[in-house]
Design a protein around this ligand. Structure first.
Ligand code: TGC
Ligand code: FAD
Length: 400
């Protein structure tokens, strides 16, 4: 990293809000993990994030720090580069990261849930030993290629393909909107084989015919780097195919893992907006009174903390189910959809409560709000998750 890291002199004043005493339901290990990540975010993320977001630059130096705080694959086994913790700890860590910035949580979600997890779950021992420790300690950065220019919500329609060529496959096609792709050492790519079956394949950055151009001009997730993946007759050794999964359930199981983390993460973004709005309401005066003395302000704050508390309870229960191996994809969809929409609503309301100051980088609100416009779209859009719930309760598929 040659870029100078510009630190803000502002102190991150965030205080946690736990209206229903959910902390008392957590273990000591959960609280220790949470406090360590919160401290790291206050020291390493908050002082620089506005500057990076303003410049639309990715703070790549944070990859190593994320690894050190155990943000990459918290619930994967230690011997495979993970943190050896449970699903609740994974969720809590995502919440703390997204309290700092959704893009920072994205860096961790992709690395842990979309790159390490498929290699751990669907890879062979050799692939696990080769890639997982380096991904876990941040030596390697990974990305996940599912979405294509013409196939977003409907990944089953993908046209990226592999053709048999002796000891290798020839990979052709393109992926779009790929978090971390321009800085990634490896990409877990989903492509159809000659029988039209979706397979997972690990592509390394130096393979001939492979490029990962950056997508510019995003008004959202500006501190997270996004790009394409372009494959032009890339010769990928057969040893790089993930042997233990075939079909769309491969990438969709990774999405379940990542969506779970996002359901938690969104609560973090909402908490940060609420925290800032609450503090501002106690400090700012108009008409000779603190803003917080007006009933309309109290209504907004009361509604925010009510919705945040409901979302906290939803992910706590989901975490309990996940720890028991009982969380269903549809339950995860409900939590992702509800909590991201809740966070977006809280961010929009908080933005207004800060008046003109709410549009500046003096406060984190506008950055969270813009970030959440991506979070509500990626990992399954708001409406796709609604249809998943609809299908689950009726048994009828309304997608096609
Ligand atoms: P469908 O027939 O329903 O399912 C195919 C197979 O997959 C199984 N399955 C799942 N398995 C695990 N977890 C899930 N969430 C699953 N959903 C489905 C299913 O049981 C079936 O298995 P089998 O054994 O019968 O073959 O598939 P469909 O083609 O009808 O699609 C359904 C739909 C629309 C819900 C799915 O395509 C979908 O979720 N679309 C949204 C696409 C999406 O979320 N893309 C995300 C791209 S990655 C990303 O955005 C990363 S952002 C990262 C960051 O920066 O944080
Ligand atoms: P479309 O699928 O074209 O949807 C457009 C609109 O139509 C949406 O509102 C959608 O809800 C609606 N719609 C679609 N189908 C239906 C239907 N059946 N009924 C009703 N409404 C429907 N992908 C990856 O693979 N890896 C990544 O790392 C990754 N990172 C991303 C990072 C960012 C910043 C962004 C913005 C996206 C990222 N994505 C990634 C892609 C993301 O998952 C897709 O953008 C998302 O799945 C939606 O696909 P789409 O953009 O093609 O929209």
């Amino acid at each position: 990293m040659s870029q100078e890291i510009k630190k803000s002199s502002k102190t991150d004043l965030y205080e946690h809000h736990d209206y229903y005493a959910i902390d008392s339901l957590l273990s000591e290990d959960h609280l220790l993990a949470r406090d360590a990540v919160r401290q790291w975010v206050k020291q390493e993320v908050s002082p620089i994030i506005e500057d990076y977001a303003n410049r639309s630059a990715c703070p790549e130096h944070l990859f190593k720090g994320l690894a050190e705080v155990g943000a990459f694959g918290p619930s994967l086994p230690v011997e495979y580069g993970g943190g050896g913790m449970d699903e609740m700890a994974y969720g809590i860590i995502m919440q703390e990261l997204e309290r700092g910035d959704s893009g920072i949580r994205s860096m961790a979600s992709v690395q842990g849930s979309l790159v390490m997890y498929p290699i751990y779950r669907f890879g062979n021992e050799e692939q696990k030993r080769k890639y997982l420790p380096k991904l876990g300690n941040g030596d390697f950065i990974g990305c996940f290629g599912l979405t294509e220019p013409d196939h977003g919500s409907n990944p089953a329609g993908m046209i990226t393909n592999i053709k048999d060529d002796g000891d290798a496959y020839i990979l052709n096609g393109a992926k779009m909107w790929i978090t971390n792709s321009p800085v990634a050492d490896i990409a877990v790519v989903w492509a159809k084989d000659e029988d039209g079956i979706i397979r997972g394949i690990i592509v390394e950055k130096d393979m001939k015919g492979f490029s990962a151009p950056e997508i510019h001009g995003k008004w959202s997730l500006r501190a997270s780097v996004t790009g394409e993946l372009v494959f032009e007759d890339v010769r990928v050794p057969k040893a790089n195919v993930l042997p233990n999964v075939q079909g769309l359930k491969g990438p969709l199981s990774c999405l379940s893992k990542a969506r779970y983390g996002i359901a938690w993460g969104a609560v973090g973004a909402a908490l940060d907006c609420y925290d800032s709005a609450l503090r501002y309401s106690k400090e700012r005066e108009q008409f000779g009174k603190k803003l917080g003395e007006f009933q309309l302000t109290q209504k907004k704050l009361a509604e925010m903390i009510t919705e945040i508390t409901k979302a906290q309870l939803l992910v706590w229960r989901l975490g309990t189910l996940a720890n028991q191996g009982l969380a269903t994809p549809a339950q995860i969809s409900m939590a992702k959809r509800n909590n991201v929409a809740m966070a977006l609503e809280v961010a929009r309301e908080a933005r207004q409560m800060h008046g003109g100051m709410g549009i500046t980088s003096e406060y984190p609100i506008m950055r969270h709000m813009m970030n959440l416009e991506s979070v509500v779209t990626y990992e399954g859009t708001h409406d796709i998750h609604l249809l998943i719930t609809g299908m689950d309760v009726t048994g009828f598929n309304a997608f096609g």
